[in-house]
Write a protein that binds this ligand. Sequence first.
Ligand SMILES: Cc1cc2nc3c(=O)[nH]c(=O)nc-3n(C[C@H](O)[C@H](O)[C@H](O)COP(=O)(O)O)c2cc1C
Ligand code: SF4
Length: 422
Amino acid sequence: MKIVLRNIHKQGYKGDIESYLKEQGYTALKKALTLSPSQIIEEVKKARLLGRGGAGFPCGVKWEFVYREKEFPKYVVCNADEGEPGTFKDRLILENDPHLLIEAMIICGFAIGAEEGFIYLRGEYFKAYQILERALEEARSKGFLGEHILNSNFSFHIRLYRGAGAYICGEETALLDSLEGKKGQSRVKPPFPTFVGFKNKPTVLNNVETFANITQILLNGGEWFAQIGSSHSPGTKLYCLSGDVKKPGVYELPTNISLNQLIEEFGGGVEGELKAVLPGGVSSSLLTPDKLDVIMDYFHLQEVGSMLGSGAVIVINKDRCMVDLAKRCAEFFDYESCGKCVPCREGTKRAREILVNITRGKGELKDLELLKELAEVMFDTSRCGLGQSALNPVRSSIEKFSQEFEEHILKKRCPLGICSLC
Ligand SMILES: Cc1cc2nc3c(=O)[nH]c(=O)nc-3n(C[C@H](O)[C@H](O)[C@H](O)COP(=O)(O)O)c2cc1C
Ligand code: SF4
């Protein structure tokens, strides 16, 4: 079942406007222009499409919030920052089917009453930047983008903005600050971007994959979409499978797939013997092999104490040291913390220091309790999602692999002989 990757999988599909038009391209936009904004929003709401960027917020509800706001101008922003380690799905869409995103953003603009949109693109995605530039020009030249789209009264413009390599700029409010030309740091929420967004105006901000579902929802109806996959978060999901798995890659699958099916049937099985899985990137909590039956949607992963996030499924085999893994995650968040709030700025540093000490044989058993306490404090008091979830992999690896951490500390070396300085 392909929705987002339906064109990409077709032989000979090039992703340019000619190929796109042959595959029903821009027919959803034509249909949208015959509907009222509230009819479009109703269809997206019926689909119960949850945002694919990580938080899983209902897309139709977000669009409706902005539609109902009386403040103008309104804006559409696409989050194409894709900074989460292990996530490489948006890139596939951007490089291979850019018009799918452009068409959805135009439809969104029409539905909420916006005339301007932005794509905030990860700075390192230079190929995607060139492809998007060309695709935007193609859409303008065919009259799908710009003034009086398809001879209607509706005008919409899209600008492309390149990020500068900060992970925090994927967080929606930091992204908006960066887009406004400021240093990318999170804002206090609420107010949410739907009410106070780009230039303090009502803004719909969605992930690339979220937008990529819109044209098929409009063409086939919200009810059609709502029947696919799990009833809690319908549709398909792009799962980025990486790590110790035989066939890593991006797999579009219905959301009622289990973790075991994903790894065994599609990923070709584990490379070696399975030890753990990070199901939602390095901000998620580890799952052990006894949780392989979990359904890979937002709801079920939360039920087993983890999260789906952006769908970065990282498989870890028995040759990996969990202390080393926890240390690497802590180093990443220490580097990427924007520094605006104390719990995250100081907490990520202390976590890294403690874990580096453990891997150097200078740790003490009480450090493990300290790390767990730090994770709790950061979760409760950090200003944004980065700090709140930064120590999820650290805390869960200590809880689930305590013996490995204790052995590491007591023997003053890695029991597996893997860590950097052993
Ligand atoms: C630290 C951090 C990084 C994030 N990075 C991204 C990202 O790269 N891409 C993305 O779409 N969402 C990212 N998000 C989630 C966004 O804040 C936001 O929820 C999402 O873009 C909304 O779109 P959606 O409703 O379509 O998912 C990040 C969140 C946090 C806390
Ligand atoms: S939690 Fe971290 S990234 Fe978020 S505002 Fe605080 S310091 Fe910045």
